[in-house]
Ligand binder design. Sequence first.
Ligand code: PEP
Ligand code: MG
Length: 582
Amino acid sequence: MTAAKAEERFSGLGVSEGIRVGNAFVYKPFKPEAIQDNKSEDTQRELERLEQAKEHCQTELGLLVERASATLGEEKATILKGQISFLSDPAFYPPMQKLIQNEHWTAETAAKRTIEQVAGLFDAMASEYMRERAADIRDVGARLISHIVGYQGAQLADIREQVIIVADDLTPSDTVQLDKQFVLGFVTRIGGKTSHTAILASSLGIAAVVGAGSAIEGISHGDELVIDGSTGQCVQHPQADTKAHYAVCQAEEAAERERLLTVAELPAVTKDGFSVELAANIGTPQEAIGLLDKGAEAVGLYRTEFLFMGAQQMPSEDEQYAAYREVAETMQGHAVVIRTLDIGGDKELPYLDLPAEMNPFLGYRAIRLCLDRRELLLTQLRAIIRAGAYGTVKIMFPMISGMEEWRAAKALYEEARSQLVAEGASVPPAMEVGVMIEVPSAALIADRLAREVDFFSIGTNDLVQYTVAVDRMNEKVAYLYDYFHPAVIELIRTVIDAAARHGKWTGMCGSMAGDPLASPLLLGLGLGEWSMSAASLPRVKQTIRQLDRSACVELAQRLLELDTAAEVRAALEHFQNGSTNR
Ligand code: PEP
Ligand code: MG
């Protein structure tokens, strides 16, 4: 009999609630760039290694094509078929053999060099379609090299039973491809509370703990784990009494969920009759299904980049139109705020093949990238405007930092509209067009912006990172990352007041809107539309229904005078205890 392994406890940041018990799936992505250049005199052996790897790859891709046709659709299957044909392409395989024969490189070095060279040629082509093929070549190339070196690590696509994923990090593109039926939750070594991986996990309903640090290094494939996505507590090899404890917690969690659902159909109105609009953040059209029943009155933020990240190449105007129209129709006339592409920062699009940057969050991101690649934004705007004929669609530009960007983006919207009108397309009469307030410079000129925009939506996830100069992904400085920082509160007040002076509305779609502790402050400051993950809606609605708006206005005035985030938090906790005891 083997001895039971000792129970180990560790913790990280709980970013997507849910208690889950399951076996670990340790994910270590293969990194072909880490392959060192090496030579070998045994040319024959290297040629055989290359040939065997190619055959394995072809078999594996063949199986994936079958699976993809059945589950992921013909489009993904076609891409994989294309990858199989690359493997035998005269521009791909023979050059690798030549590098082995003539220059005596090992099979993996020959493959790495050829792939980079061929992908580089595609990168330089004028046609966007051909440039996008570079990502496919690198993808199939990485698969080939992993077979040459006999890489044993399990891939996310291999998951076929319910597991808890353990990884150094999961990128948003990894997360968007996770199959909800098999992934109970995940725990990662790095990551912050508002990383897009965390945001996605919560919108997909996958329990998640990030930033668990080196504790995850001791976890092996198949180890039993418990993770608590609310508290961030995790247990490896849980003993019977620990499992019994968590079973009780799971039952309580389910009961609380049921209880909160009863507020779903009640209005979001304070005790003294002040109404606010509660909306949900979504990343995919599927997430809009059932939102109205969960108590959302609108979609306050549709993060369209996940549509782009889930694809192997730039979605066409018609593909985008179909997705946006689906959301508009699902929401049956309720507002849908569609945010234009926000790529960059922690969100990559492999087929754009953007160079790595020193400071990606301060760099070529969101509206900056889109104004530089006008066609991309124009196509998206055309798709959104066309979808606007099927509901109440509003457009929002991310990461606006000044008037020029807003005006340039708005001009592109007008251009897209004029094109569609000239083409005789059915175009909705008027659409609201607004901006996200995520950059302090935009907040400080809110009064000017408010003259021209139709609305603001405050993105606190970025506003905090840019105001306090604290990377939202970096767990080492997570202690500084706090939306109760007096500077952030002051900016929020400035924005809401500026909009009100010009008769415009202000929403908030950053995580602060979904935190019940912040509710009295936001009510007191006069926030009109609150958009959050669907999971946060019931608790925030219940909180609002217990509050008195006039008391919150007074409270907000007092909080604006405080010196530190800790003082604001303490005052809000004190107020919360007072209001729930009343
Ligand atoms: C924000 O920055 O608050 C926001 C909602 O946008 P994202 O989290 O997608 O950057
Ligand atoms: Mg943002």
